[in-house]
Write a protein that binds this ligand. Structure first.
Ligand SMILES: [Zn+2]
Length: 144
């Protein structure tokens, strides 16, 4: 999953994304403008900070974050389940029933960890962007 993007300055072609980068689930959360460090041209990014998103953009943002949290939850659960083999919590004497219980515990822990990570990651990202927007951070943002 994922599309490949290469964000470039409209005027001089400077690559903001350092060449091609994988953009898995793009929730469009970001600063709406970017200032080229090469030629100072201000380009639109197509992104928006959270407080200026409309209700549709906010819904889309939440949907993508929930999807991302589920994907991360499954990934963390699988890693925990594989670890339980590696650490011999599951071995030759483990019954099917015990195996299922361990799997369910891995899923619960995996999803809890994923929700906590998502919550703080999004909270910090939103706050950082709001601050950068407010301060008109010259590295990424310029008033037009
Ligand atoms: Zn430029």
């Amino acid at each position: 999953m994922g599309i490949y993007i290469n964000a470039k300055c409209q005027k001089c072609g400077f690559s903001f994304s350092d060449g091609y980068k994988r953009s898995a689930l793009n929730s469009k959360l970001g600063l709406p403008f970017i200032k080229c460090p090469n030629c100072n041209t201000v380009s639109k990014t197509g992104n928006q900070i959270y407080s200026l998103m409309n209700s549709w953009e906010k819904r889309k943002y939440f949907f993508i974050q929930i999807l991302q949290t589920l994907i991360n939850g499954i990934a963390i659960s699988l890693i925990l389940f594989m670890l339980s083999f590696f650490l011999k919590f599951i071995n030759e004497s483990t019954t099917d029933k015990e195996g299922y219980v361990i799997l369910i515990i891995c899923l619960i822990v995996g999803f809890i960890v994923s929700v906590i990570i998502s919550y703080f990651y999004n909270k910090i990202t939103i706050a950082k962007l709001e601050k950068a927007y407010k301060n008109k951070d010259e590295r990424y943002f310029a008033d037009v």
